[in-house]
Each structure stands twice: as structure tokens, then as C-alpha cells.
Design a protein. Structure first.
Length: 438
């Protein structure tokens, strides 16, 4: 999912008391789903470089839907800093939109509220069937064994983007395939007066995504098989320390990035200040920031050794956006028709091309347009070396607690305070104590 989510995730556990009036209502007709009202409300997540970009992308498609069905869609693009908070408030008040975007890592947490329409076999049949979607995307739609809480809309994965000129000037002929190679290349890059690797040290979600991948590479999970938090095992501690050590020890992440949380690392990269950035689906953002496609290239994110794959060779989380329907919508028929429209082959190609993401619909994903420089690596990563974040009800609290721990450790590193195995473990113990009691 997009990385502007940090503030929303940070507010998740204590935000349910906000006024219900902060949320939009459902269908304005007040009728039942059989009344076929002519209006839907849709909360879209901010996928582009700004809300105005999303409106330009989405409004022509919503107009197309209205022309075909007679149903007008009232669009609101919600910033990531507000989205989760708004959804949780709507889930509690019962006053939400008809259709909404959710970050796929939130699926199980929002499923647990009971506010979202379950996508059982009958509901999937109304949009063309469950088998239209790729398995990796379906793996981040809710708790395994339960009917999904949402339908995949955009798929993404992490990759290593690098500046071709900076690499050439430093005499680097191939992108680093391992973390050791990245650190070694960093010394050559710094000799040219450039920063090495951009990061968003104050973005809780970004922190979680990176340490989750490193934990998989160390053979660890942050939850036990029965869904209990397990943040302080040796491998999990080693994973978090390795990530923070990119600033504290290896010096490849600039100290100033400890305060980044609003995609500043992408701006630094686009302006030629930084040689590399680990990001999900960044090509459209680079273009919006004035960077030409010819100036950058993309490679799989690093692993500990060897090549990306399954098990300890995982190099990305399964990122993406899902489309959900509020269960109490007064226009279930219209909402379902809208989901079918948005996940049609035609719209999947249009929308994912606009955002530089990958269609989670098999037939649309096969289109040659998604085998370009900006998408081929992402597509291959999703198919062969990406893992879904834990689909447990406490996942959003996990993002808050552990994401904050990593943020605090980056602050220590930037401030010159030692980052040791003991200090990492202490932060993670504190994070685990903040999780809901079982």
C-alpha cells in the first residue's frame, strides 16, 4: 500500500471516539438495496502524487460508470494520514461510504470490526468469480479460512530503484543484489558526494514493511502460528537491528532521513541527491517529480545472499490496495456493480497504468503494458518472492507499535546514540507490551 499511511496507522487503537459526523453517509436514498438508488459514495485512497492527480485519474472512469449504469459516484480522495482513522470511525458509527479503498495490510483488522461485506462465493460470482484474481493478492484480503473482507484492486511490491548516472560515475556496473553489496557500493557512491539509500524513518508503515521483509530473510515472523505477538525473538531483533544499522553502523541511510515521513526520500532521489531508494510502485511518482524514465532503473530488492525467492529469500511484502463495501450500504446492488466495473479488465489496465501498479486480475496483468521497465520487476517479485504481512486482527496495532519502535531507533541513530542488540530488544519488548492482551 502507499506509504503516506503512517499517521493513520499511528492513530488506529485510540481513534474510535471521534464524532460520527466526520464520516460521509451511505446512499442518500435511505432505501434498501433492492431500491436501486442512483448514487454511491466512494472513498478512494491517495495513490498519485497528490489528491488532484487522483481526481484527474478517477473522475473520467466514474463518469464512464455513470453513463453505463445511471449510477452517480460521489468521489472523495482521502489522504493516507486520515484514511484508517476515518474507516474505523465509520465502522463504529455505522455511517460510512458505500465503497472504499483499504490498504491490503489492514484487511484482517477491518474484517474483525464486522463492518465490511464478506466476499463469499455468491458475491464473487457477481463480479466474475474469485479465480479471476492472482493468489498473492487474494492472500492479503482477510484472515485465512474466512470469506475475504475486500477485493484486490491495485497490486504493488518493493524494488530497488537506482540512479543510472550516479552509478556510472561511481563505477558501479550492476545494481546490488545483496545487502553486503549495497553497503560496499555505498562507499563508492559517497566518494562521489552523493547520498546512498533513501528511507522514511518516521513513517511507521514504511518501517514495518522493511523490517517484515528482513525478518522473513532471518527466518522470523512477528506473530506465532496462533496469532500472538512475538516481537523479541533473536531473529526478529536481528532483522530490526539490520535495518536501523543501515543508518547507525553502515552509514548508507543519511541521518536526516530519520525524520522523513512524507515521501521526502523520493524527492531526494528524483532530484539526483540520492543514488537508491527501496519503494513500491514509484515510476509514476518519479515522473510527477520531473524525473525522466531514462534516468533511473529498477532491480529486485536485496536479499542476504543468492537470489530472491521464497522462504528466507523473500524480498518484498505483498503490497496493494483492496476495494471494500460497507455491509450496511443502502445500495448493495450498485456497490457490487461498481466493484465489478473497477475490477474489469478494461479498468484494471487504465487505472494500474495510471498509477504504475500491477493489476491483481490475471487477464489484465498479462497485458504487455505491464512488462515495462517500471513494472516487470514488480510483477516478477509478486509472483516469486513476496510474502503477505500477517493476516491477523491485531495487524494494525502491530504496525503502530513496532513501526514506532523502529522510528525511535532511527532517532537514536541520527542522534549518535548507540543502537545495540539490547536497545533494539528493549524497544521491541515495549512494543509487544502495547499489543492487546489475549
Amino acid at each position: 500500500m502507499r506509504n503516506m499511511r503512517a499517521a493513520a496507522v499511528g492513530a488506529v487503537t485510540l481513534s474510535l471516539t471521534l464524532a460520527a459526523t466526520a464520516c460521509g453517509g451511505g446512499s442518500s436514498t435511505g432505501g434498501g438495496s433492492g431500491d436501486s438508488p442512483k448514487t454511491l459514495t466512494y472513498w478512494a485512497s491517495n495513490q498519485g502524487a497528490g489528491i488532484s492527480v487522483d481526481k484527474k485519474v478517477l473522475q473520467p472512469e466514474l463518469d464512464k460508470f455513470e453513463k453505463r449504469t445511471g449510477i452517480k459516484v460521489k468521489l472523495e480522495v482521502v489522504p493516507w494520514s486520515d484514511l484508517l482513522n476515518r474507516i474505523l470511525t465509520a465502522a463504529t458509527s455505522g455511517q460510512g461510504p458505500d465503497v472504499l479503498n483499504i490498504g491490503n495490510t489492514w484487511s484482517a483488522s477491518l474484517q474483525a470490526t464486522g463492518a465490511l461485506l464478506p466476499w463469499d462465493a455468491a458475491n464473487f460470482a457477481r463480479i466474475g468469480g474469485k479465480d479471476r484474481f492472482v493468489d498473492s493478492a487474494l492472500g492479503s484480503t482477510g484472515v485465512p479460512g474466512k470469506d475475504p473482507a475486500a477485493v484486490p484492486l491495485y497490486s504493488m511490491s518493493y524494488a530497488l530503484y537506482y540512479n543510472k548516472k550516479i552509478f556510472a560515475d561511481a563505477g558501479i556496473t550492476e545494481p546490488p543484489a545483496t545487502w553486503a553489496e549495497l553497503t560496499a557500493d555505498g562507499k563508492k557512491i559517497q566518494a562521489q558526494g552523493k547520498q546512498v539509500l533513501g528511507a522514511e524513518g518516521s513513517n511507521l508503515s514504511e518501517n514495518i514493511h522493511q523490517v517484515f521483509v528482513l525478518a522473513k530473510q532471518h527466518g522470523a515472523d512477528f506473530f506465532t502460528a496462533d496469532g500472538k505477538p512475538d516481537f523479541t525473538g533473536d531473529a526478529a531483533v536481528a532483522a530490526v537491528k539490520q535495518y536501523v544499522d543501515l543508518m547507525a553502523k553502515d552509514k548508507v541511510i543519511p541521518a536526516g532521513n530519520a525524520e522523513y515521513a512524507q515521501n521526502q526520500s523520493l524527492s531526494d532521489f528524483a532530484k539526483g541527491r540520492t543514488a537508491m531508494v527501496l519503494w513500491q510502485t514509484a515510476s509514476a511518482t518519479f515522473k510527477s517529480l520531473g524525473m525522466k524514465d531514462s534516468q533511473w532503473a529498477v532491480a529486485p530488492a536485496p536479499v542476504q545472499s543468492g537470489a530472491p525467492g521464497t522462504g528466507t529469500q523473500v524480498n518484498s511484502m505483498v503490497a496493494g490496495i483492496n476495494l471494500a463495501v460497507f455491509k450496511n450500504t443502502h445500495n448493495l446492488d450498485g456497490a457490487t456493480r461498481f466493484v465489478k466495473f473497477m475490477t474489469s479488465d478494461e479498468e484494471q489496465k487504465i487505472l494500474n497504468t495510471a498509477y504504475g501498479s500491477i493489476p491483481p486480475v490475471k487477464s489484465a496483468q498479462a497485458d504487455p503494458a505491464f512488462n515495462s521497465q517500471g513494472t516487470a520487476v514488480l510483477r516478477r517479485t509478486l509472483a516469486t518472492s513476496a510474502a503477505a504481512l500477517p493476516q491477523v486482527a491485531d495487524e494494525s496495532q502491530f504496525e503502530t507499535a513496532v513501526g514506532t519502535a523502529v522510528k525511535e531507533l532511527f532517532a537514536d541513530a541520527a542522534g549518535g546514540r548507540p543502537v545495540t542488540t539490547e536497545s533494539v530488544k528493549a524497544r521491541l519488548q515495549k512494543a509487544q507490551q502495547q499489543m492487546p492482551a489475549k
